[in-house]
Every structure is written in C-alpha cells, then in structure tokens.
Write a protein that binds this ligand. Structure first.
Ligand SMILES: [Zn+2]
Length: 246
C-alpha cells in the first residue's frame, strides 16, 4: 500500500489541531471529493483552508487517489471536518473523484478501514457521508459498496452466452454479497428489467437497489421472493412478455 505522508505532499501546517483517542472513534466514513480524479491534494487543502471553507486544515483524515495511493490528511486521531456532529467519532476518508471509484481506490479504502479497526481494537461502523448527513456524497457506487460491507475484490463474473437471442442463465446466483457481485451477467439482467419498465440502475453492480427490484419482480411474477436472481428468476425475466402486475 503506497502512503504519502503530509511531508510527502508538502502540506501546509494546520491552523489548529484537536485530537481524540481511539476510545472515541466508533465510525468510519467514506466520501468522495466530488471533483476530478487528478485534483491535487494541495489544491483540496487550499480550498478547505481558504475563504470559502475557512477550516483549520484539509477536512479529511485520509484521501485516496484512483490509482490506490493513500494521502495522509489529518491522520487517525485528529478531529476532521467531513461530517457535522461526527468528526470526533468518525474517521473520514475521501476518494478523489466523482462517483467513479476504481478497484484500486476501494482496495485502499478497505485497507484503511481494516487498519482503523485494528488500531481501535474493535469494528468501526461503516458509513457513507449520506448515511448521517443530507448529501449525495459519496455517490451511488461508493454508497452501494459501503452497504455491501466494503468488499476489497469483486468475484469474477461468468460470461453471458446468448442463444437464439436469449441470454442464458450464467450459472451463479445474483445476490447482495461480500465481495459485491459485478459483471455482464448483472448488467444484462438489470438491462432487461429496465426494458420491462422497472426503475433500476443498469450499472453491473448487484447492490441493495437491485435486490429491491428483484424482490418486486419476483412478487409480480409469483416467484419465491428472495431478492436473489436464481435460475428460475433469470429465466422468468426473459420468458414472460408481461407479468400480471407489471
Ligand atoms: Zn462527503
């Protein structure tokens, strides 16, 4: 894991520093910076310390680049400025980007989470910024990843074979899991549901939102309501022109 310390990115000195102990830390927040992936750490710090924010330092405890590099922000035990009312209890880690997290970045965020739990001596609660504050941060993809338990690596998806114009059952049950399932099979199924008029993100990630749609579809077609796309649910998706309550 590549870590760039404050000295490494030539951080400005903080105006103030308040620290807590590990006993106070109970939460781990995932954010995104809502900006370009190539934004420099220094420019983020300048923005946070400048007139529009006026904070004592860069707001986050750590930041993670798309290539997986970790940048030290305020560090483990300094109170940050990333989520009102949760800056003492919560460690804030930001992905540098806007709803376009990479596998490398997620691996590094997961590493920081595991390291935080190790140092705290217990499991910290996994949260997206939006779980505790009305904001779209950290974006739907990172939020789904947090909801799935922040899996470090995704399972390899099987190839979808199309026979007579019908995508065949890929052989794995699609479900919310850790690591989170991602792949063409998920996207193919989501795409078909979207075509049938269901409101679903066709992003190839099987997260809680896909599960909700799956349950609704199973209910509509009289299948057992499991929230998992098994062979019967997959085949039903292509065999019915219209479910009774669709
Ligand atoms: Zn945030």
């Amino acid at each position: 894991m590549r870590l760039v310390t404050r000295a490494g990115w030539k951080a400005r000195a903080p105006k103030n520093t308040y620290t807590v102990t590990w006993a106070t830390r109970t939460e781990f927040f995932v954010h995104h910076t809502d900006g370009p992936q190539d934004q420099s750490i220094k420019s983020i710090q300048d923005f946070h310390m400048g007139p529009s924010r006026g904070w004592s330092d860069i707001g986050y405890n750590f930041l993670v680049h798309a290539d997986g590099t970790i940048y030290e922000g305020r560090g483990w035990l300094t109170v940050g400025a990333h989520c009102p009312d949760h800056n003492r209890t919560g460690i804030g880690v930001a992905f540098i980007g806007d709803n376009n997290p990479t596998a490398a970045a997620k691996k590094s965020i997961r590493y920081l989470y595991d390291e935080a739990c190790r140092r705290a001596g217990r499991k910290l609660r996994q949260l997206g910024h939006g779980d505790r504050f009305p904001t779209a941060c950290p974006g739907p993809r990172l939020q789904a990843w947090v909801d799935a338990g922040m899996p470090a690596e995704a399972e390899e998806a099987p190839k979808v074979v199309v026979k007579d114009g019908v995508p065949q059952w890929p052989g794995r049950v699609l479900k919310v899991s850790e690591p989170m399932q991602r792949g063409d099979d998920v996207k193919t199924w989501q795409g078909k549901l979207a075509k049938r008029g269901w409101t679903i993100d066709v992003d190839g990630w099987y997260g809680p939102k896909s599960r909700t749609v799956c349950r609704g579809y199973q209910r509509a077609t009289g299948l057992p309501v499991t929230g998992e796309v098994d062979a019967a649910t997959w085949e039903m998706t292509w065999s019915w022109t219209k479910a009774p309550s669709e």
